[in-house]
Design a binder for this molecule. Sequence first.
Ligand SMILES: Cc1cc2nc3c(=O)[nH]c(=O)nc-3n(C[C@H](O)[C@H](O)[C@H](O)COP(=O)(O)OP(=O)(O)OC[C@H]3O[C@@H](n4cnc5c(N)ncnc54)[C@H](O)[C@@H]3O)c2cc1C
Length: 496
Amino acid sequence: MLGLMNDARVETDVLVIGGGGAGLLAAVEAKKKGADVLILCKKETGKSGCTPYAVTNITRSTPQSEGELFRQMVEVGSYLNNQELLEVFVREVVSVIPGLKEFGVPMTVADGSHYHLENYPQGPQENLPGIYNVTPSAGRPLSFNLTLPLREAAEKMGVRIMDRVHATRILTVGGAAAGAVALNLADGSLFPISAKCVVIATGGSARIYERSDNPVDLTGDGFHLAFEAGADLVNMELMAFNPLKITPEVLRMIRSGAPDEKLMSVGRAHYNLGGILIDVRAESTIKNLYAAGEVADGLLGAARLGGTALAAALVFGAIAGRESGARAAQVRRSEIPAAGLEDEEKRIAALTQGTDASPADVQKDVKSIMWKYAGMAKTEQSLQEACKKLAELKAVSMKVKPGDAREKCQAVEAHLMAYVGELIAVSSLQRRETRGQFWRLDYPRSDNTNFFFNVVLSRQGDKIEIGRRAVVTTRMRIPPDNPLVGCGCFNYLKPL
Ligand SMILES: Cc1cc2nc3c(=O)[nH]c(=O)nc-3n(C[C@H](O)[C@H](O)[C@H](O)COP(=O)(O)OP(=O)(O)OC[C@H]3O[C@@H](n4cnc5c(N)ncnc54)[C@H](O)[C@@H]3O)c2cc1C
């Protein structure tokens, strides 16, 4: 880590939280705008998060295929996509992805047709110009060839990096983001960072489920950070589970409403399709607070095409960087009130002075509740049960050995996992239908009449306020009677 901790104050123009693909691209683009940029990462920048472990299928598009890409993403997203964001995505993906070569990322073009299920050769991606793959090289795991060149480029440009530092709270002044409080994982100390703009790029929350294919750091921190700061979240119920070789038999199982162990045994929590509500400039509902990547997806709807997660992280990472870098040149730094750090110290002290459950136990309980009651197969009753149990876990003060920094961090994580789990469960209760990758065993059919909307969560004091927002459409306004139901990124079935 940089020797910044000894400074009385840590200051930057743009603070990027998260060292995956979205965070790295945000950092280099903000730097290009002349901003001073600092990346905070709770593990190691370029070697953590999902990006370095992805299969590296990345959307390839041309100006000619824009319309087709748009159409397929809306169809696969079961029409819940924010089409304004999608307009920006299909326009920018054409240049942002090939532009990675500028940072030394080696890429090849592959034919996308082999991603179809054998039985459904005419499925999505049929008419798109293949897909990009990052080229492997000796001595480096595949996707490190995406993230490490980006990290090297960022450092060469003068981006500062603080690894093994966990952002626990966004600081606001006058309703605008003004920095963050960070937890040094080496010694458990908290310190404030002052920034003109903050970009949250902390990835998803798949590791709050018992079964997941994500690395351990994906615990949904950004949802907690943003929501606590007062930013709205959208589509939190839309969680993708992978890999499941979906067959007509499995689809019938979902639609028959019969809870089935077999169904639960084949899937893994994979990807958050919802997250921090952003506009086309990647700004959240809090001024100067931006978000990009898996933590911010609203453009993908209820399911996604393979390759679009990395592409979305990189495209909106670039946008968040450009926009925050430009904004930072216009705003003055706010003086952070001392109360921000003090409040956070008190909050964490209250979480870690209990005598009963250990942080590891609480984490385990959250994962088991999420999987059992709010996972692939859920009902009104199971979701109510999840909300009740998660609210209890959220209130637990954990047993942490004094001076044990690792356990302290685990406790901070355990609390936010319960917090994020509750947001997902609350949101899932609002959608009484099955659509895309969102399955309700008690409501096995899609229902455009009553549920063609986005669920928006806002914070009102300690309460979660639930709102319904009309789906933002630009080109494709009317959903079909039976939108696609699917699983995984490539396996979509025509409705029964
Ligand atoms: C096995 C697997 C294969 C995949 N394959 C593909 C694929 O082929 N194509 C595709 O499009 N998508 C794929 N995906 C999805 C894709 O990899 C992710 O959606 C994408 O990489 C997310 O990028 P990100 O930058 O938003 O987040 P991440 O890359 O997950 O990075 C998040 C970063 O935030 C840090 N962080 C988290 N919390 C904090 C905190 N509180 N303070 C500081 N730092 C924090 C993490 O340590 C990490 O550095 C795959 C995912 C998995 C798990």
